[in-house]
Design a protein around this ligand. Structure first.
Ligand SMILES: [Zn+2]
Length: 259
């Protein structure tokens, strides 16, 4: 009996020990797990704690990048303005521009894109691309087309302008043409910002006019004085010889070919 009792006790003890071990291990697991989370969060904190240090580090990088960019900024070639504040040219009345535009051979009123395309097909309007001494700006309110005679005028202007700068540090400077032929729709969109567009029929809507707003130097070897003198000389010469009409505007020189 005693032996069986002892055996019973032993089994109870073993059961107790095993049960205790099981509870202990569960408890240990439950106790360890939160600590792991804590460890994890503790590990995250150093990263967060480093943020205040890493931001200045980024700023330092930005400053260093800015410093590195400084020489590039010096290499930026700023355009030379062509407007009534810079160039000294007589103003031909706008009524003269309109009369000239209407009387040019091939001239017609470019009312809309259908008229514009028809003009291109029958050769009354020709496409204008960059040429010697001039280039066409990115256009948002006009099309790079002109009457053939007006395109020839622009090419002559560009050539004469380029010739004046040959052999000087400004050689290669180009006239920037900022506006050419506008449909009525494009003209109306401009209405609020361009006083010239208030007139019902702009000379730009006849393919007879273009605007020159800048000259662009190839590099900073020369300042703006030589290109500005050159464009002044060429425009003045053409105006005096009655080949062109000019309106010096706030932001550009408006040029119309005379018949
Ligand atoms: Zn204009």
């Amino acid at each position: 009996m005693t032996e069986t009792l002892r055996k019973k006790y032993r089994w109870d003890r073993i059961g107790l020990v095993l049960g205790g071990l099981a509870i202990f291990s569960f408890g240990l697991a439950a106790w360890v797990a939160p600590e792991e989370e804590q460890v994890g969060s503790v590990l995250e904190h150093p990263n967060n704690a480093e943020l205040p240090e890493s931001i200045p580090a980024l700023r330092v990088q930005e400053i260093q990048t800015e410093k590195a960019k400084e020489p590039e900024l010096d290499e930026v070639v700023l355009p030379c303005s062509c407007n009534r504040n810079v160039l000294k040219l007589a103003k031909n009345p706008y009524s003269d521009h309109r009369r000239a535009a209407r009387n040019l051979p091939n001239s017609f009123f470019v009312k809309d894109s259908n008229e514009l395309n028809a003009g291109k097909r029958n050769g009354k309007l020709v496409e204008v691309k960059d040429g010697r001494g001039f280039h066409i700006s990115a256009l948002s309110h006009s099309h790079a087309v002109l009457l053939p005679e007006v395109k020839a005028l622009l090419e002559d202007l560009g050539n004469d302008f380029a010739d004046l700068l040959v052999g000087t540090p400004s050689e290669g400077t180009r006239i920037r043409v900022t506006s050419l032929t506008r449909t009525v729709k494009q003209q109306n969109r401009l209405g609020r910002r361009n006083y010239n567009a208030i007139d019902e029929a702009s000379t730009h809507s006849y393919g007879a006019s273009f605007d020159i707003a800048f000259t662009d130097r190839p590099d900073n070897a020369a300042d703006c004085s030589a290109p500005t003198r050159a464009i002044q000389q060429v425009l003045s010469q053409y105006q005096k010889s009655k080949r062109i009409l000019v309106i010096p505007e706030l932001s550009c020189m408006h040029v119309t070919l005379r018949p």
